[in-house]
Design a protein around this ligand. Structure first.
Ligand SMILES: C[S@@+](CC[C@H](N)C(=O)[O-])C[C@H]1O[C@@H](n2cnc3c(N)ncnc32)[C@H](O)[C@@H]1O
Length: 435
């Protein structure tokens, strides 16, 4: 079976089973949860580790591998588990830290160090102490965590920060991963596919109606944070104990439109990746609780600046930047059929139309750069979803297929992977090509 047939076999079996709940999850992040270090932290658009594993196991995709849109490091980790060399890049420094942590080696001594240090975090979380230690400048933080839970988190985080002087970096990383997991487990945020909502806060009058009940409930919340921290670290340690084969793996902070600046020319045998979709999902927005707590974001201005560097970024100032954005020279025009769709979107919103245009423009720049680092004959596999704005469907997979050809790739083809949501016409595809 050649590598295209392998992907298609994998995707066909996924597509055939896509109607059933758990099978469908094999092609999304939820399908990763039970699998080793893959489940360390959630990112809504993380793709299926099984799809990557099937491709690698087919033996037809050639190392060294490259994932230019690392995200949570699914491709990187799957390659490491299978003993393949892999490099990966992302624009988001938090994801760079996460991916590096996911493929690091954790000796028994390091794991014992992290377990011993956990006691300090749990003691700090349980402490009854008026006021808060440091909390991050997240807008309306009270929507994320109740006062008692936030207090426990902030004390645990202060204890974690205090360990910096005396603990090894890998032990601290394990504790940070566990802390991040607990941030979400005890938050009031509900994550939907692309959006997030918050559980309504308890009203002040309900809390005031019983001082004793409030005190008990605060104690329970502190205890819960401590217990969640202990459980999260145990699960992280279990996965960290699994040794990865000694492959070459590099995780670089880099722009996928400038890969040729940082990566060797004509080097990679295959690309397995999932670029952002043109759906206005912001990874910075999605990841902001982790990023603010761990110090990768200090304020909203920086969040907007970072989102503007992301392909498809659209949060905060990234949106206002769109109105003055002008295309760079050298990017070929879109197909007339796509132009017609952008015009239809522009009738409802000129800004959204520019958003899609810039997305396509940036993806072409990515393909042009990728063409320099993929070796002749090398293969590329892009998992991507189409989009709909108002009632206008944008067949992004067709745009990307055409752009790959324009950037010098051949044997381009598009396969349906799964239906994406209850919305009619929204699918995920694998766009494949050869250099
Ligand atoms: C769909 S996610 C990748 C998910 C990944 N496959 C996983 O399993 O977690 C797309 C990623 O592209 C990154 N990204 C967006 N613009 C980028 C750019 N210009 N250069 C590099 N990475 C970028 C985002 O930060 C995000 O992590």
């Amino acid at each position: 079976m050649n590598q295209f047939e392998a992907v298609h076999a994998a995707t066909r079996s996924g597509a055939a089973r896509s109607g059933t709940g758990t099978r469908r999850e094999e092609h999304t992040f939820r399908g990763n949860l039970s699998s080793t270090r893959h489940g360390w932290l959630r990112l809504t658009p993380a793709y299926s580790v099984r799809l990557v594993q099937q491709l690698l196991a087919s033996g037809s995709a050639q190392p060294p591998f490259l994932d230019p849109f690392c995200g949570t490091g699914t491709t990187l980790l799957a390659c490491a588990e299978h003993g393949f060399d892999c490099d990966t890049t992302d624009i988001n420094p938090f994801l760079i830290w996460l991916a590096r942590s996911k493929v690091a080696a954790y000796s028994p001594a390091v794991r014992a160090e992290a377990r011993a240090a956990l006691a300090r975090l749990c003691r700090a979380a349980r402490r009854t102490q008026p006021g808060l230690a440091w909390t991050p400048p997240i807008h309306r933080i009270e929507r994320w965590w109740s006062p008692a839970t936030l207090g426990a988190l902030s004390r645990a985080f202060a204890a974690l920060s205090a360990l910096r002087a005396s603990s090894s970096r890998p032990a601290l990383d394990l504790l940070r991963v566990a802390f991040c997991r607990v941030l979400i487990q005890c938050s009031s945020a509900h994550f939907g596919h692309q959006s997030m909502s918050f559980a309504p806060a308890e009203s002040d009058s309900a809390i005031a109606s019983s001082g004793a009940a409030a005190t008990t409930s605060a104690a329970l919340e502190r205890e819960r944070v401590a217990e969640l921290l202990a459980a999260a670290l145990e699960s992280v340690l279990l996965a960290a104990a699994q040794r990865l084969p000694g492959t070459r793996r590099r995780v670089l902070l880099a722009d996928a439109r400038q890969l040729h600046d940082k990566l060797p020319a004509a080097h990679y045998g295959s690309v397995i990746t999932s670029p952002p979709y043109a759906n206005r999902m912001s990874y910075i927005r999605e990841l902001r609780p982790y990023m603010y707590w761990l110090g990768y974001l200090a304020d909203r201005t920086r969040a907007g600046v970072l989102d503007w560097t992301a392909i498809g970024g659209t949060w905060g100032s990234a949106t206002s930047n769109l109105s003055s954005w002008v295309p760079e020279p050298g990017v070929p025009p879109l197909q007339p059929e796509i132009e017609a769709r952008l015009t239809a979107i522009a009738e409802r919103s000129a800004l959204l139309s520019s958003y899609v245009r810039k997305y396509c423009h940036d993806m072409f720049r990515h393909f042009s750069s990728l063409a320099h680092v993929l070796r002749p004959g090398g293969s590329a596999h892009f998992v991507v979803g189409n989009s709909k704005f108002y009632d206008v469907l944008v067949p992004i997979e067709q745009v990307l297929a055409r752009q790959l050809e324009q950037a010098g790739f051949r044997a381009v083809d598009v396969t349906v992977l799964r239906k994406r949501s209850s919305k009619k016409e929204l699918f995920e595809f694998v766009v494949g090509a050869r250099r």
